[in-house]
Ligand binder design. Structure first.
Ligand SMILES: [Zn+2]
Length: 133
């Protein structure tokens, strides 16, 4: 909903800026928490492999599979959140070269990728995601 408001311009600029700053702070806190969660999962995998280096025990394999699955989920969440944080700052990462640019440019100055289209697609995905939450 926040992203839809932003697109429609229903919030005045000052209100939007301060709300965005608060939101970015919250998101960065969440990101740090997820990064710590990911570190624990990596650690847990490492310990299992240390105890069973050839990964012979089915229990080791199951444990690793479960942790890898959890890490994949966590990384997806973290990527989505990083995109949201950039968007709140009116920035977007080029999905072709990885450089960060203002959402207002039409084409990536580094690789020529269509940024206007990328912004449109990303905002659409975010709106869909917002409705799911
Ligand atoms: Zn680019």
């Amino acid at each position: 909903m926040r992203f839809l408001n932003k697109v429609k311009g229903t919030l005045d600029m000052a209100t939007r800026k301060s709300q965005d700053a608060i939101e970015v702070n919250k998101m960065n806190t969440q990101l740090k928490k997820w990064e710590a969660d990911a570190d624990k999962l990596y650690e847990s995998i490492g310990e299992k492999v240390f105890r069973d280096p050839a990964i012979e025990q089915p229990e080791t394999r199951n444990h690793i599979n479960a942790q890898v699955h959890a890490l994949q989920h966590l990384h997806r969440q973290m990527n989505d959140l990083k995109i949201k944080i950039l968007l709140l700052k009116d920035l977007i990462e080029c999905d072709s070269c990885g450089k960060v640019h203002a959402v207002t440019i039409k084409f990536c100055p580094d690789c020529g990728n269509n940024i206007a289209d990328l912004v449109k697609r990303t905002m659409k995905n975010m709106a869909i995601e917002d409705q799911k939450e």
